[in-house]
Write a protein that binds this ligand. Sequence first.
Ligand SMILES: [Zn+2]
Length: 320
Amino acid sequence: MKIIDENIIQLTLPTPFAVGDVHVYLMKGDTLTLIDAGAKTIQAKDSFVHQLKKIGYGLMDIEQIVLTHHHPDHTGLIEEFPRLKHIMAHQEVDLWLTMNSPFLRNNEKFFEGFFILNGVPEKFHPAINEMTDDFEYGGRGSLSGMLKENDTIPAHPDWRVIETKGHAQTHLSFVRDSDGLIIGGDHLIKHISPNPMIEAPIIEGEERQRPMLDYRDSLKKCSNLELTSVLPGHGEIFSGINELISKRLVSQEKRAEKVYRLIKSNSLTPYEICTQLFPKYYEKQINLTMSETIGQLDYLLDEKLIDYSIEDGILIYYAK
Ligand SMILES: [Zn+2]
């Protein structure tokens, strides 16, 4: 637990995920608001109750929850607050809290087609379900209201919403313009470069988003905000944000260059690129490594350095 200032307290909770602990933030004001809600485990709940008690609060005192994005290590405990009046987030977070069967089917169907189109062998297809399996650690419920660009957090008018799509299509960050403090969720983390995850389009049959391009745009947007300090979802609180943003942009461009060189010597399917880019990881982490590979291809396409054709239903990328 860390007291940031008279209005903000950082609490740190365990998660069952490889990323480790997650931070949530208690925001004081006319309403006691919780930003993000950890993972749904007994350990996270116990730890949360224990830390709340130390600062004189209980689960009864929290009246509003605001979520940075829909991932399960950020939504898990939303069902635990008996006097909760509001859950606010990006409007599409609602689908992930409800998890109804048409939504899940749409998701599964999209990824089945996506794996085939990108040349991923059938032995990996069971990994599609692993993506939604993680959501057993996410909270169930529904939003009471939605937040969008330039809204302020209800009852906390000094905190402004900025959309920071990329790592998740639902990602929001919260900025206090008076001093440049930002609650950055998983968009801005010092020790990890967030993976821009491929997501199924919300409306079946629509084209998928290009999260790597969104992520880059969101980084550039943040570099224009005169931010001073980041309260992240994971890892240490940090400043020097514009340096970190430049570093993230450059390292992505370097990885894209590597992909470009691979394609230049040989036309390849996205899966083939993935195995060459992540020889040690693709077997165990096909979802993450394919998301990252597709991100680099989206970037190179956008830069007009490469193009693709479809042969026997599978994408083949080549250098221009
Ligand atoms: Zn996340």
